[in-house]
Design a binder for this molecule. Sequence first.
Ligand code: BGC
Length: 904
Amino acid sequence: MSITFQSGNNGLVMYALNCDWTGGDIGSTLDTGAECGLDCVNFSGCTHFTWSSYNGGTCWFKNNNVVGNAFYSSSAAVCGYTVAGQVAVPPVNQTLNPLVYITPRSWEDSLALAQSVVSQLTLEQKVALGSGLGWENINTPCVGQISNISSVGFPGLCLQDSPTGIRFAHNISAFPASINVAATWDTQLMYDNGRYMGEEARDKGVTTHLAPVANMMRTPQGGRIWEAQGADPFLTGVSVTNIINGVQSNGVQSTLKHFVANDQEAFRNSDPDHGDSFVDKKTLMEYYVRPFKMAIDNAGPGAIMCSYNQLNGLNACQNPAVMAILKDELKYEGYVMSDWWATGYGLPEISGPNSGLDMVMPGTQACCSSSLDQPFWWGATLVNDTIAGLVNVSRVDDLATRILTSWFRVRQDADFPVNNATNVNFNSWTPATEELNVQRNHAAHIRAVGAASSVLLKNDGVLPLTSKLTSITLIGSDAIYPPDGPNAGSDHGIAPSGTLAQGWGSGTTIFPYLIAPQDAIESVAAGLNIKVTNSSNNWDVEAATAAAAAADVSIVFGNSDSGEGYITVANFPGDRLNLTLWNNVDALVEAAASQGPTIVVIHSPGAVNMPWINHPNVSAVIMAFFPGQESGNSITDVLFGAVNPSGRLPFTIGHNDDDYVTRINFTDPNVTYSEGGYFDYRWNQKYNITPLFPFGHGLSYTTFTYANIAASAPSCTSSVNVTLDVTNSGSVDGHEVVQVYLAYPSSVTDEPAQQLKGFTRVLIAAGATQAVNIEITQDDIAVYDVATSSWVVPTGTYTVYVGASSADIRGTASFDSGPGCEVATTETSASSATSSATASASASGSATSSGSVSATGSVVVSSSVGYIAPSTIGSVVSNPGNLYSDAKSISFAGLAVVAVVMLM
Ligand code: BGC
């Protein structure tokens, strides 16, 4: 059967095959851009759409049941469509290359192969290997490109963002943000996320993927925190290691970025006020370099991207100390590329290569100017500088060798498919024409990660939703399909008009489709006979109140956006100016809660303020981050219990903007990391500040108990096994994330009290008990010794804290380690405790783990370094460092931590 649709206002005529289309006003929502919206009904069952006059591009269709991506092959004159959760249907005459998985060569073998090629290259060719071909050049379709050298069979390199997939390409998948990936605490999902992004990179001809990001969430205001993995170096290291291994299993190189201490957008590259991160060596190595070290040791990324900021006074990409950390201390054998135009200071042609930079990106011209009188970066200029003796030939040999070593390591010499760097299947700089659909079946994975990363922060039993409900209302524009489309704004740099599933900047991808919560919820609710209403105007609080009054349960959807600093959105210059939910959402929550049970779903790059959290009718809160294209399906799976939530916070949520150790100073380019490693939970623990939700927190629809916690190690220099039994003591199956925090021997005085050093996510059937083993390696334990510039394992007795969050410790064990320790002992200290137990009662004077602290006389809240933001502990606002002369009775409720006071 073939049905002719109405003609749209751009002259589009659409046909559908093999289905019963019952009509709809498609013309009313068409526009003339490359993307058009078709608002139809009853498309289910259709297998193909064709257009009689349409010159290609991506076309959207949407109805109550199906939201998908229609695509068009001009050569075959055939359209197809993909629907979330289904295998993609590529245009008929386009077939994907078979998937090819590789095992990387050893660095040693790769180096030997590279050296033999470099020995055949001219100086110009060696320099060309490290010189980008430019930006926005129609002949170089990737955001970064290296020319081919045909004499040695090198096809060139195509470098393309992003952590959410393949930027600027079409018919790709929009993967979840990395903060979601980290929030799963699941190493397999991390690996799979890399593997599937790598498949799409390979299919599109991307040789070098510009991800993942290992920068730290030093402050929740950081604009790019959603591109990275949270506030802990160990969790970050595990996440990026697995992502890289997944990507590189396809023979695609990963680029781990941005090295180093690039943790905010403010002043990121504004010469002459070029931001400068001042970080002492120990802090730098243990918190900011450690995740890079873990990835170098355990995955071996093809490239590492140095960052925009200065480190301790010198531009990171022209900074010998930065390069020495990578190449001398960490023994990194791949290549270091610059961030885009990050070598814009001083004499980049000389200082870059001489400091150890191997590749300049994007090359050709200085930032943001197409003027041809700019010096070539590097190209001919570096050739001349080398001939003039300003740069050593051996340095040029080295950079060329490193670039080819990484190329050989992932076997791009043997295996890379037809769509190679000179024949990529997209062009970043032109409107989409015909592009391979490379989504394969990745939608299922994306949906699963979206659900697995949803963190259930609070639940009084309202969730999961059941068929006992008769009505739900969805409040807030974040519930709906974006009226402006999901791809409005260059790199999504525009205030969201509907649901938000990515931030803005180079970390984005073009959504092939986006499932809005409203569509997915309506579809499931229909099957359960639950009526769904909505109120999506955030400024109409009266309407929200009325909708809430008429429904059994309200679900308020709210968001907060952030991104890369080259775009300002709603006055937010990349970094977030504050942590308030956007567009009046706090008022909507209050309005809904005034009427009855209210669930709040948050789409945000990180922490937001929740001033309504203690309202008795705020029954549940879910932090869903930026889940990508399957957003609506993922959250619906969690809301209705198809997926039992197991996401855990990869950072701490404070009570308000001031409840974090660091805030971005928008007027001072010099950023001193004076807090050392004491940010996020390490700060909360040091000063016994109870956050709103602690690092590692997340609830389930079931409960787990821990027993038989023990630690053992065969020798002083071996890995440690932490073992325990976990029982699912509830009535539904679920994943538990067991977390291991380490305390150093008492002789070590400059390490935080507890640091994450191990975790595992296990699926346990209701009523079942599972033995869990978590290995902590010597590398994980090692601390950085500044005097010897080396990593050492302190000798002595270590304590492990095993728990369900950083503040919900269920038991402890200890082991001995380090050179010269006696044979390790095994010690068990119990506990099948089900609630928070450990008091880090480090206070002198009077302190206790829960309940209340009474102090008479003068009280000073423990603090030593710098400015610590005030925080609320119970009814007392304590400002660490401040002296309180009145008698205080400090009471507090919360998840574990204590008020630490010293009596004077
Ligand atoms: C970003 C990088 C990105 C590069 C290329 C820069 O602005 O900082 O993360 O890979 O652009 O798009």
